[in-house]
Unconditional design. Sequence first.
Lengths: 445, 507
Amino acid sequence: MTTTTTGPAAASPSPEAPVRDRADVRRQVRLVITFGLVLAALVVFALLIEDPKFTYLLGEKRTAEFTPKDANATVISWGAVVVAAIALVLAVLDRFPRGWKGALLGILVGLAFYAGFLMWAYTDQGEGGFQAFIANPIPGTIRIATPLVLGALAGCLCERAGVINIAIEAQFLSGAFFASVFSSIAYSSLVFIPVALCAVFGLLGGVLAGVLIAAMLGWFALRYRVNQVVLGVVLVAFATGLTSFLLGQIPSDHKETLNDPQVLEKIEIPVLADIPVVGDALFNQTLLVYLMYASVALVTFLLFQTRWGLRVRAVGEHPKAADTVGIQVNRVRWQAVLLGGVFAGLGGAYYTVGSTGAFDREVSAGTGFIALAAVIMGRWHPVGATFAAVFFGFMWNLQNQLSFVQPVPGELLGAAPYLATIIAVAGFVGRVRPPAADGEPYVKG
Amino acid sequence: MKLEIKGLTKRFGSFTANDHIDLTVEPGEIHCLLGENGAGKSTLMNMLYGLLEPTEGEIVVDGEPVTFTTPGEAIEAGIGMVHQHFMLVPVFTVAENVMLGREQTRRGVLDRKAASRLVRDLSDRYGLKVDPDALVEDLPVGVQQRVEILKALANDAKVLILDEPTAVLTPQEIDELMAIMRGLKEQGTSIIFITHKLREVKAIGDRISVIRRGKVVGTAQPSASEAELAELMVGRSVQLTVDKAPATGGAAVLEARGISVVDPRGHLVVKDVSFEARAGEVLGIAGVQGNGQTELIKSLLGLVRPDAGQVWIEGRDISRHGPRESLEEGIGYVPEDRSHDGFVGSFSVRENLVLDLFRNEEFSRGPVLKRDAIEANARHRIEEFDIRTETMETPVASLSGGNQQKVVVAREFSRPLKVLIASQPTRGVDVGSIEFIHKRIIAERDRGTAVIIVSTELDEIYALSDRIAVMYDGRIVGTVDPSIPREEIGLMMAGATTPAAANGGAA
């Protein structure tokens, strides 16, 4: 590690003495430590492999189309070691690139670690018994990431406007519950709605519930200037209690009419769905997943290319400046919070009509908070937040898949997604600057 | 456009900020509003701009009475305002800031090109040079102010309110601003120019209204003398200069060598700064706001660790000290933002007077405070520093700016000091308190303390300093004698190194 400082005795030749930012030095130290650990782990993984045979599958499950194939781990393991070694050398020499090149290289090291780890985990499973194989991670990732992305978009909208939204989890829960109820009612009681559209009607219920929670957030945060962090936590408690209570109120003989929803059908997009490995996972999906793709583009466009978006970002950064040019700060904040409710409600609907069906207590299991983390890790940018959410989904899915494999202890696996988050945030995200007026109520005058 | 204010009154609870103010602004006139901090100038302008609603009275535009409940309505009526604290979104570009609130779109998409064109047109027409695509946070303050003016002009402002516009500018930038103001006046724009600086009022005003304690106390012609204007403003005759004997100029007490500081955004804001402060001498650090003074002072005190360089007090290296250790070394510190760093607003005067002293044996035994001693101290300081407070239990936040500053100064002066560092010691302080604080600083100097004054007000620098170091862009561009003319220091504040710099240099 090189540090350049000018001592008092050393006469500096030019006025622009080469002073290194301490944060810059810290970044280098962080990179060196991260890559050092990654390299050490990869070498250990590679050395531990005795029999380099492993089995993989291009699909998620064994079907007629997808059958397991055998491959050799040696090249992949040592290839991963080489990638990590190159990154480490670059970091030690302080030549690790910045900007998108750095991000790309970082992702590459991450993939190398993933590959090296998988090789270790899936080789040497011993003879006989159940043989686990490496399955395609993309379908599972999309499954987990869909609600996370939608929730993170809601978070981006709110926080860009200067309202902290801890209540994404509350929006998920109520969205999930009312999506189920709406879909069930549509199927059992509202005969004029075609069966195929019952699940879509459920989405509407989810959206309404998400907007309702958003309205409560707006009402207390904007009208009464309640502390937004406390408010968010209270709203989560409220939604948890309310949905559990309402679920308990459904008599068992009315279950079909109130909590037995039609779920969304998969829609295959021709051509795109035929792309090998990724096509089926990405383009043979439900309407909600396609809505999620569109929402990312829509929110990005709204925030950065429209008049409304400019105003939203202005009230989140410097509300007084917006006020002095005639923008009604709280009105814009209301709009952003309510629109966020739409996306978060859709995200919640995924847990019932988008996937398994009936609502169950705390069906979203705290993922609203993970969506919040994705907002921050994605630096309050919808695209960044989407990548972060997909990353979380990926880690979660990995944890699920690895639970079938012998050598990895289960407790460590449970912590893996969080651990990966901390490493990613600390090692690669760097300085994060939230919207300047985030969480601050605006008072005129 | 003719703007009349008739009997405008604003009360906050029992406090009357503006009391039946009458004012007329003729078309194409530069009307100066002169008054001390807290006299009620900003309240009046905020009512004109729709940010505050008047309790009584009316605003008349071209004979028509109007009411503004939002700034939008004021803008609509042709009133533009350049705020003292800029109303610009730092992460937006110049064009985005100018178009905010009046955005043009093409098929729903922001028309950024049209906005850039508008900025370029306006800046050509009025001679305000700005790059429309630059991020505002990267621009120097002088340019940010131009953006503010452009914003108002883009809304076709007929009356432009400039609230303390010169506080953040170099003398050269002030000259440029005045040229811009004259240009606007020629094109028929009326200007309301708010300031407390007598020199500027005389230089540019067509008519002067003086406000004191929320009332218009008189009008004057720009030909009036500075002393007359000052008397109108303060309400009694004031001494504009500080009496002081020549400095004794002892040994160097505090030495800084090669200080460099990188700010949290990664910019090098203090660049290889070296200087020394000598016993019994006032070193004035002049410079426009934001040229590294804040960070330099914080690094002397250990509030930020310098990224390079060293600080010594009487030969001991204190560069790695934290603030507490630095204070114990005998540094007295009057911070530039007193409400943020100088006192705890909700604490009483009594408590604030021992904020950095309570560890002394005099005021505490183990974990227990000695209440009697602290009360005695408060009584003593309140009298000595003439702090105008109802009781010693009054929270400091409810005192006037001048008295708040006296609390800070009194506390810092109640320890034996080797070095006194005072940043903007009289910012937002009434003229009476300025006189007092200046006298105390000179008295401290005469006791043999090395004094460092950081100020953006050249008047203050001249009044106090025995040597003047000028900072520009994170460097000390020169150290000069206070006998050099204002214009030369002005040039140095804009980055020029003068021959004088070599003569009176820091070595």
